[in-house]
Design a protein around this ligand. Structure first.
Ligand code: PEP
Ligand code: MN
Length: 418
């Protein structure tokens, strides 16, 4: 595939030599001119433009053949012939981009996949939240101290000082360098069966490394930054830039759906994001919360099934179950996570649809961020090894335990919640 040189539509921006590139460039400009939620405002626009120029020359992180291979595997998930396991850190950090950490997370993902495949007898497709998960959406724009919030290492730093929190576009170049290093390790440890993903959030970064993809039913762009990208709960506005950008992508994409989504809205998303009815092109990530999933999810699944689109239904049992512990930590209880998964499987069993996969925040390290599970993390244990840069992750023991329970659910067994 040819690299798409797509710069700002101003004099001095890259020249689109081919009509195809000019057409794609126009469509990208239109998509990105829409309102975009959750973007930093770079204090120095000249510096930001210079960084954008450099990023347009940057090396791709993934290869288009790998993305095509994943798309084929996801088609089999959509048909009910495979299971999708996606997981990793909530937020990757530059400091955490070490061989030890990446290896631990890749090993955990491989172990969880083995448990699922061995017990359920289904092939498991693995996608890591890795090599680019550096941007975070936030519910507030300022923190308790009145400082701009931390938006992930690709934007600013977490230290509570005005200087650290000032968005710095040069961080996008550092993020790209870290992603390249991480991807080298993924290839080293994961052979060719692990794919990488991150949230499609920071548009100045996402627009920079694209190929013109003329191979599909429609002229689109293929991201060189990840095999799989997903749109989060906070950036799925119908008239917004993220959705319009995702429509232009030929990569398989995900969309998080929280409890406020109506069946009609779900179908609108499906029609926008899967216009050619490509099995597995779209993964709908249900993140309803354990107390709502059994009520809210069935009408969505029914209406989408009736539309005839072959999407993947994936359960994110983490983001609807976040709470604050008595001692002040953002946490999740293993039992709530498991209960949401059990509800998700029940819904699909009842409707005769395929519970296609799970999307989890996990780490291979022995952290104490989520409560419960067999290792028995209690509130008083949380401070010991609470290390996440954003949301709490299941540790290795909790994750393997969860994989066994999900395998049981996949086999149609009932699991004991609490
Ligand atoms: C996430 O996956 O880290 C995330 C922010 O999820 P959501 O958009 O579902 O809240
Ligand atoms: Mn998260």
């Amino acid at each position: 595939m040819r690299r798409l040189l797509h710069g700002p539509a101003e004099p001095g921006g890259p020249i689109h030599r081919r009509a195809v590139d000019r057409a794609l460039g126009r469509r990208l400009d239109e998509a990105l001119a829409r309102p975009a939620a959750q973007q930093p405002s770079w204090p120095d626009p000249v510096r930001a433009a210079r960084v954008a120029g450099l990023l347009h020359e940057a090396e791709p992180i993934v290869a288009p053949e790998e993305t095509a291979r994943l798309a084929a595997q996801l088609a089999s998930v959509a048909r009910g012939e495979a299971f999708l396991l996606q997981g990793g850190d909530c937020a990757e950090t530059f400091a955490g981009n070490t061989e030890t950490h990446l290896r631990a997370n890749l090993l955990l993902l491989a172990e969880m996949a083995d448990v699922l495949a061995d017990t359920a007898g289904l092939p498991v497709v693995k996608i890591a939240r890795m090599a680019g998960q550096y941007a975070k959406p936030r519910s507030n724009t300022v923190d308790a101290l009145g400082l701009p919030v931390y938006r992930g290492d690709i934007v600013n730093a977490p230290d509570p000082t005005p200087a650290a929190r000032t968005p710095d576009p040069r961080r996008m170049l550092r993020a790209h360098g870290h992603a390249l290093e991480a991807m080298d390790l993924v290839r080293k440890f994961g052979a060719d069966d692990v794919h990488v993903s991150h949230e499609l959030l920071l548009l100045d970064y996402e627009r920079a490394v694209l190929w013109a993809d003329e191979g599909g039913p429609e002229l689109r762009v293929s991201s060189g930054l990840a095999h799989f990208l997903w749109i989060g709960e906070r950036t799925r506005q119908l008239d917004g830039a993220h959705l319009a950008f995702a429509e232009l992508l030929s990569n398989p994409i995900g969309l998080k759906l929280g409890p406020s989504v109506t069946p009609e809205l779900a179908v609108e998303y499906v029609e926008r994001l899967d216009p050619h009815r490509t099995p597995g092109r779209l993964t709908l990530v249900s993140r309803m919360g354990h107390d709502l999933v059994r009520d809210v999810l069935p009408p969505l699944v029914e209406k989408v099934a009736a539309s005839g689109h072959e999407v993947i239904w994936q359960c994110d049992p983490m983001h609807g179950n976040t709470r604050r512990s008595g001692n002040g930590y953002k946490t999740r209880h293993f039992d709530d996570v498991l209960d949401e998964l059990a509800g998700f499987f029940e819904v699909h069993r009842d409707l005769g649809t395929h519970p296609g996969g799970i999307h989890v925040e996990v780490t291979g390290e022995d952290v104490t961020e989520c409560l419960g599970g067999a290792p028995g993390v209690a509130e008083a244990d949380l401070p010991a090894r609470y290390r996440t840069a954003c949301d709490p992750r299941l540790n290795a023991g909790q994750s393997i335990q969860l994989a066994h329970l999900v395998a049981d659910l996949l086999c149609g067994k009932r699991v004991e919640v609490r």
